[in-house]
Design a protein around this ligand. Structure first.
Ligand code: BTN
Length: 119
């Protein structure tokens, strides 16, 4: 059992299978963390500029959120990922909610697996 707080460290970066990268800029003693997320996923909006990300860890479990709004672009959407760290990888399921949605099936979802780029 890897503790996520031992892997999600300041200065670490994690890349998923879509090419997106999450950079960890600060971590708190309570298991909280902050950083930025650069989206590179084909067919999505708000690519290639950093968006603020906040998250939490509890033992091997973690979750984090990105509001797709920064000084460059506002995509009027939010993604939340929840998952775990095991075997050095971060496996997550995500939900993407777009403002204006009124039905559960309008919430997009998928799986992202992140691997460490640097420690
Ligand atoms: C949007 O298209 O409304 C904003 C960008 C969403 C990108 C999604 S978040 C889940 C999935 N994983 C990624 O790395 N990018 C896409």
């Amino acid at each position: 059992l890897a503790f996520a707080q031992d892997m999600v460290t300041v200065g670490s970066a994690w890349q998923n299978q879509r090419g997106s990268v999450m950079y960890i800029e600060s971590v708190g003693p309570d298991g909280s963390f902050r950083g930025v997320f650069v989206n590179k996923a084909a067919g999505t909006y708000c690519q290639n500029t950093p968006y603020p990300m906040t998250g939490r860890t509890n033992q091997s479990a973690l979750a984090f959120v990105v509001n797709w709004k920064n000084g460059t672009e506002d995509c009027k959407s939010i993604t939340a990922w929840a998952g775990y760290i095991s075997g050095g990888h971060m496996t997550t399921k995500w939900n993407l909610s777009v403002a204006g949605s009124t039905k559960p099936d309008q919430i997009m979802s998928g799986v992202d697996v992140f691997k460490p780029l640097a420690f």
